[in-house]
Design a protein around this ligand. Sequence first.
Ligand SMILES: N[C@@H](CCC(=O)N[C@@H](CS)C(=O)NCC(=O)O)C(=O)O
Length: 233
Amino acid sequence: MLAPAATAPIIQAMSDHTLTLYSYWRSSAAYRVRIGLNLKGLAYAQVPVHLVQDGGQQHAAAYTTLNPQHLIPSLQHGDLILRQSLAILDYLDETWPQPALLPADAAGRAHVRALAQMIACDIHPLNNLRVMQYLGRELAQPSAAQDAWMQHWMHTGFAALETLTARTSRSAGFCFGPAPTLADCCLVPQLYNARRFKIDVGRYPRLLEIEAACLALPAFHAAAPEQQPDAPA
Ligand SMILES: N[C@@H](CCC(=O)N[C@@H](CS)C(=O)NCC(=O)O)C(=O)O
């Protein structure tokens, strides 16, 4: 459990300090960070933390000393432990500014952060494993009610994202502008997650267009769940 596993670094390390990501192949929050690391060209090792095996390895003392929230991901940089995917992405952007994950202007940054937070604060937490487990185990909600919950919050969030990305993008490429940003780091994993739970993402053509542009990039492809060392063969 929690044994370091080598990833295939897509580009050489840019730091003397080792980067180690505590990750789970299907975790969308870890997926966001993998994209950010790859976009920055940073090599990193991965320590898989299986969210289901052994009752959830995120609850094991070996992990909770690093992350008392029992949540993936955490990123170790030298002696520093970083938590929360958006905070980790901010740290990466401040430590290795190029390529930037945020636009140069304040208005652009505010917009990109809003898109990212719509996903990371208003969609994902409502559909997270522990929330679904609570609905099922503590509140005794049947699987149909759990599915309805999941679909409701994903569609609510995606509908607003579809509107905002269509209306305000400066170019056709990504969530905002001609290069991927923090918002794209969040969108692609959320769409992956949506498909996993059989959400009809065909309702969101603009989001699918952005996803296709992202997945054409090696940084996004290499971050995909199926490419991870702990993905089932
Ligand atoms: N806001 C956190 C969310 C982290 C999170 O919810 N991670 C999920 C995997 S995507 C997790 O570890 N779930 C474990 C559980 O629910 O028990 C972040 O962005 O890092």
